[in-house]
Design a protein around this ligand. Structure first.
Ligand code: SER
Length: 685
C-alpha cells in the first residue's frame, strides 16, 4: 500500500467513525513556545486547554511535522538508521471531550488489525504505570498484557507547559532477526489521554474535558505495509532517491546510503518549511532551516556534488508529495529561489571551510577539535556548530563545545568594544584627515588606490589575513560612505585581479570613508589595490534616493507645504522617510501620493546634478535639511520642475530609472512625526 493509499485509508476509517477530516495545519505553529509544529496536537492546543471552542467533537488529519531544534529534536539521528526524520507526516485522531480511553484503544486496534491487516501477534502495547484503566481495556479489546512504564516513556506533552497526560503506545515487531531492540520494536502509534494542563512550575491542573490525542508516523506505517524495515525504502523515498541519483550523478550504494537519506529527509524539511513561510536566517526557526540546508549540502559534497542541490531536487518533492500537499506546487518559484540564494551563498564557504577543517584534523589531540577552530569555521565559513560535529562524528572526533562558546563570547565582547571604539580610533588617525582625496565622493565604478590604514580587533595593524574582519582606509576611494541617511556602497577590493576583501559597507568617520568587511586574502598597509563598487546596489540606492526627493515633494502637494523631512534611510530599492505631520494619512492621501510619484517617474523628467554656492542654491529655492551643516559649495539635485534639494547623496539622471514606487506603510513614530516606508525599482514592481 502506497503513501497516498495509506493516508486515504486512515482518513476514510475515521470519517466512517464520525470524525471531521481536516487538512494539515502549517509547520509554523501559532505558539511561541515551539519552533515548529512537532505533533498533530499542536494546532489543537487551545481546544485541548479549553480556551478555544472545539469546531467538532471528533477530528482526524495527517499533519506535517518537523522535529529539529527544541525539545523534540531528531536532527542528529537522521541518516544513521531507518526510522528517524526531521520532517514527517503524523496521522492522528482527536476526541475533544467525546470518546476517551476505551474508544481510542478500540479504534487503534480495529484500524491496525482489521483494516490494515497487521498480525496481532506482531504488536505490543505499553501503558503508564499508574493507568489501570487502559491496561484493563487492552486486555479486554485485544487480549494483550500491556507493559507498564513510567513518565519517561508513557507521559506526553508538546512542550514544557500545556496539555499533557498518560499515553499508551503500540509497537510493531520488525522481526527476531533484527538484533538491536530499538530497531526491532518500533513505536507506530501513540494514544495520549490529554487530561492535564502543566504550568511553568510543573503543577498539573485537570483540563475542562478529557480528550484523546493520537499520533502515528506515516513513514513507519508505510514501511510495514510495504514489507520494508527501513522507512527510506518505501515508495515515496525510493522516488526521491532516484532523483538524488540523477542530480548528483552517483548511484546509491551501501556506503553512501546515509548521505542519500540525509538529503532526502532534509529536502522534505527545507522544502515544506519554506513553502509554509519560513525564511532561512540566523535566528530561531530560520536558523534551524539554514542548518538543515547546509547539512544537506555537506552530504551532497560527500557524494562529490558541488553547489546547488535541494533547489534542483524540489521538483521531485512536488512529484512525490504535491498531490497530498498542493502548497508545494503553488509556492514552487518562491521556494526554489530562496533555496537557490541560500545554496549560492554557502557553496564557496563550504569548499573553503572543508579545506581548513581537513588541515586541522591531523593536528587534533585526544580526539577533540579545539573550540577556536570550530568557531572560526562558524564565524568565517558559516559552518553551524552541529555541521562541524556531524562532519567529525564519522571520524570519532568531538568538538570542544565549551571552547567554542568561549570564543563566541569573546568575539561578541570584541565587537561590542569595536562598535563603540572604532570611531574614536579612526578619529585619532590624524594623517587621514589631511588627505583631501579621502573626503570626496567619486562616481567611478572602479579605481586604483593605496591602503593607508587597517584596523583589526581594535588595533591598527600593518597586515591582516584571510578571514579577518577589518576596517580599511584608502588614499582615495569611489565608495560612498554612509551619510545623510543613505547607506554606504558595498563591493570588493582587489589586489592583482584577486579579490582580497568583500566590503559589506562603506562607513564614514568625519570625512574619511572607512571600508568595512572581511578579508579573503592577505592585505598590507601600502598595497596598491583596485576598489570596485557593487554597481547594481549603487544604482538601486541612487534611484531610491531620487525617489525620496520625489516623495517629499509629493507629500507637500498632497498634504501641505509644511511637511518637512525629519530623517531618512535610503537603501537599495527601499526608502524610510520620517516627516512632520500631525495625523495619520488617509488611504486616499497615501494613494494620491504614490500616484503622483509614479506620474513623475513615467514622465521621465531629467535629474540635474549641480554644484553651486550656498547663496545661489538658496536663491533657486533649494530645500535644505533642518540642522544640517553645509559648506560654501553645495550639491543641488533638481528633478524636473517638481523637486530641488541640497543633497550630497548619489542620484540617477532621469526619473524613469526609478521604474516604479510603492508606499508600503505609513505610521506614527512619535508625536507629530510620521514614517513612510516605500519600495522602488524592481522591488516595487
Ligand atoms: N502528541 C502525541 C505524539 O506526538 C500523539 O499524537 O506522539
Amino acid at each position: 500500500m502506497k503513501y497516498n493509499e495509506i493516508r486515504k485509508t486512515f482518513l476514510d476509517f475515521f470519517e466512517s467513525k464520525g470524525h471531521k477530516i481536516v487538512p494539515s495545519a502549517s509547520l509554523i505553529p501559532n505558539d511561541p513556545t515551539l519552533l515548529f509544529t512537532v505533533a498533530g496536537m499542536v494546532p489543537w492546543k487551545g481546544i485541548l486547554q479549553g480556551t478555544e471552542p472545539a469546531f467538532a467533537p471528533r477530528v482526524a488529519d495527517v499533519q506535517k511535522c518537523i522535529r529539529a531544534g527544541g525539545k523534540h529534536n531528531d536532527l542528529d539521528e537522521v541518516g544513521y538508521d531507518g526510522r528517524h526524520h526531521t520532517f514527517f507526516e503524523m496521522v492522528g485522531n482527536w476526541s475533544f471531550g467525546d470518546y476517551f480511553k476505551e474508544g481510542a484503544i478500540e479504534y487503534s486496534w480495529e484500524l491496525l488489525t482489521k483494516v490494515l491487516g497487521l498480525d496481532p501477534a506482531k504488536l505490543r502495547v505499553t501503558t503508564h504505570e499508574t493507568d489501570e484503566e487502559s491496561t484493563a481495556i487492552w486486555k479486554k479489546v485485544a487480549g494483550k498484557d500491556a507493559i507498564r512504564l513510567g513518565d519517561k516513556d508513557n507521559w506526553w506533552s508538546a512542550g514544557d507547559t500545556g496539555p499533557c497526560g498518560p499515553c499508551t503506545e503500540i509497537f510493531y515487531d520488525f522481526g527476531a532477526d533484527i538484533e538491536n531492540e530499538d530497531d526491532r520494536w518500533v513505536e507506530i502509534w501513540n494514544d495520549v489521554f490529554m487530561q492535564y494542563d502543566r504550568d511553568a512550575n510543573g503543577n498539573l491542573t485537570p483540563l475542562p474535558k478529557k480528550n484523546v490525542d493520537t499520533g502515528g508516523g506515516l513513514e513507519r506505517w508505510a514501511a510495514i505495509m510495504q514489507g520494508k524495515v527501513d522507512n527510506y525504502d518505501t515508495d515515496l523515498f525510493v522516488g526521491l532517491m532516484k532523483s538524488i541519483e540523477d542530480v548528483v550523478g552517483v548511484q546509491k550504494n551501501a556506503e553512501n546510503t546515509p548521505s542519500f537519506k540525509v538529503i532526502a529527509d532534509h529536502l522534505r524539511a527545507v522544502g515544506f518549511a519554506i513553502a509554509d513561510g519560513v525564511i532561512p536566517s540566523n535566528t530561531d526557526r530560520g536558523y534551524v532551516i539554514r542548518r538543515i540546508l547546509r547539512r544537506a549540502m555537506r552530504h551532497g559534497q560527500m557524494l562529490g556534488h558541488k553547489g546547488a542541490l535541494l533547489s534542483k531536487l524540489y521538483p521531485a518533492l512536488i512529484t512525490e508529495m504535491g498531490a497530498a500537499y498542493p502548497e508545494l506546487a503553488r509556492e514552487e518559484s518562491r521556494v526554489v529561489e530562496i533555496i537557490q540564494n541560500e545554496e549560492n551563498a554557502f557553496a564557496d564557504m563550504l569548499q573553503n571551510g572543508m579545506k581548513l577543517l581537513e588541515n586541522e584534523i591531523p593536528k587534533v589531540n585526544n580526539n577533540v577539535l579545539p573550540g577556536e577552530v570550530a568557531f572560526k569555521l562558524f564565524d568565517t565559513y558559516g559552518f553551524p556548530l552541529d555541521l562541524t560535529q556531524m562532519i567529525l562524528r564519522d571520524k570519532n572526533i568531538d568538538v570542544d563545545v565549551a571552547g567554542f562558546e568561549k570564543s563566541m563570547a569573546e568575539q561578541k565582547e570584541r565587537s561590542r568594544a569595536n562598535t563603540k571604539g572604532t570611531r574614536t580610533l579612526w578619529e585619532s588617525q590624524t594623517q587621514l584627515s589631511d588627505t583631501d582625496d579621502t573626503k570626496k565622493y567619486m562616481p567611478e565604478n572602479e579605481m586604483e588606490s593605496k591602503v593607508l590604514s587597517i584596523l583589526r580587533n581594535g588595533e591598527f595593524v600593518q597586515s591582516a589575513n584571510a578571514g579577518d574582519e577589518v576596517e580599511v582606509a584608502l588614499d582615495k576611494t569611489n565608495f560612498y560612505g554612509t551619510q545623510g541617511g543613505q547607506v554606504g556602497d558595498s563591493g570588493e577590493i582587489k589586489k592583482d585581479d584577486n579579490t582580497v576583501m568583500n566590503v559589506s559597507e562603506a562607513a564614514r568617520v568625519n570625512n574619511v570613508v572607512i571600508h568595512k568587511g572581511v578579508l579573503t586574502d592577505s592585505l598590507n598597509v601600502g598595497d596598491t589595490v583596485k576598489t570596485i563598487i557593487n554597481q547594481s546596489a549603487r544604482q538601486q540606492t541612487a534611484r531610491a534616493h531620487t525617489a525620496t526627493h520625489l516623495l517629499q515633494a509629493a507629500l507637500r502637494h498632497v498634504l501641505n507645504e509644511d511637511v518637512e523631512q525629519r530623517g531618512s534611510k535610503v537603501s537599495p530599492d527601499s526608502v524610510r522617510f520620517d516627516f512632520s505631520f500631525g495625523r495619520a494619512m488617509t488611504p486616499e492621501e497615501k494613494q494620491a501620493t504614490e500616484d503622483l510619484i509614479n506620474q513623475w517617474i513615467n514622465a521621465d523628467m531629467p535629474v540635474k546634478h549641480e554644484e553651486m554656492s550656498l547663496d545661489e542654491a538658496k536663491s533657486k529655492g533649494a530645500m535644505a535639511l533642518f540642522g544640517e551643516k553645509y559648506g560654501d559649495t553645495v550639491k543641488v539635485i533638481t528633478a524636473g520642475d517638481v523637486s530641488c534639494e541640497l543633497c550630497g547623496g548619489t542620484h540617477i539622471y532621469h526619473t524613469g530609472e526609478i521604474i516604479r514606487a510603492k508606499i508600503n506603510k505609513e505610521k506614527s513614530i512619535s508625536s507629530g512625526i510620521r514614517r513612510i516606508t516605500m519600495s522602488v525599482g524592481t522591488l516595487a514592481e
